[in-house]
Write a protein that binds this ligand. Sequence first.
Ligand code: SF4
Length: 332
Amino acid sequence: MKAAPIELGSWSHWHADERPLRLGVSQCLLGDEVRYDGGHARDRYVTDVLGRWFELVPVCPEVEAGLGTPRATLRLVDEGAGTRLVQPATGADLTDVLAEWSARRIEALRALDLDGFVLKRGSPSCGLERIKVYRAGMPAGRNESGVFARALRERWPALPVEEEGRLNDAGLRERFVERAFCRNRWRTLVARGLSRRALIEFHGAHKLLLLAHDEAGYRRLGRLVGSAGQLPDEELFGAYEAEFQAAMSKNATRKRHVNVMQHALGHLKRLLDPAEKQEVLTCIEDYHAGLLPLIVPLTVLRYLVRRHGVEYLQGQLYFDPHPKELMLRNHA
Ligand code: SF4
């Protein structure tokens, strides 16, 4: 039997120069002095690590909406008429200004077809969650999203979005970057003119990755691809994209990774001698117990997959979904 090209299971096979990986970023995270006090909030992980692999598109809602730098601070306030974005020093209510600007800006960003967005935490414009809402000058105990962050979520729900602070968590970081790479692979296929054959190839390469995130979603996608002949192209591709994004947004937990690796081991079992098999199982168990990072059992499995030329597993992006230099699985 002819072996599958190993590139199918490698992230580099799927990404193309004509459609670079691209993230929107709250501009102050890039080191630009756009904050209310004329400072910045440079985030080295964003600029020095993500910036190596992604084109970074800067967005500062407050400056781009015309507030200037430096400027008086803003806060979310609820005095009984819903949450408003106000500037306490001037009394100005900027809710509508920011909301209208956000709608226009997000439309323009859609034309750039971003793969994700990194937002600045704690900002009443950019913060994704836990932004204080004030009443009568005091925190009112409610936590909401900033005005731009909320608009981004509502108007572009499929876009992977994360705060820079949450990217310090190894699991959240891996999930965000993995989703951005997945989105880029899908959008690259769409840009090239999606075909049923390309869809089947894409789905085939992502099977184990999907299984690690959402087993039920993985099965629904399998049924969708299996019944593809009954659906018009547009309907099929749209339904697949929505279901794929939803499945990938679920957490790939330690337990799910263990299930996937045991599943992969099942494809190898006739090819391994008992000692080899036990070695892999011990590695997976140690990962399950939190004694080893994910990269260790995956590296062992990938070596065995290549050595034994297991065609199905060689085509799985699960073993190589993003550049190893990002070291995303070294701590997860
Ligand atoms: S948090 Fe958002 S609005 Fe504030 S300076 Fe940064 S990019 Fe601009």
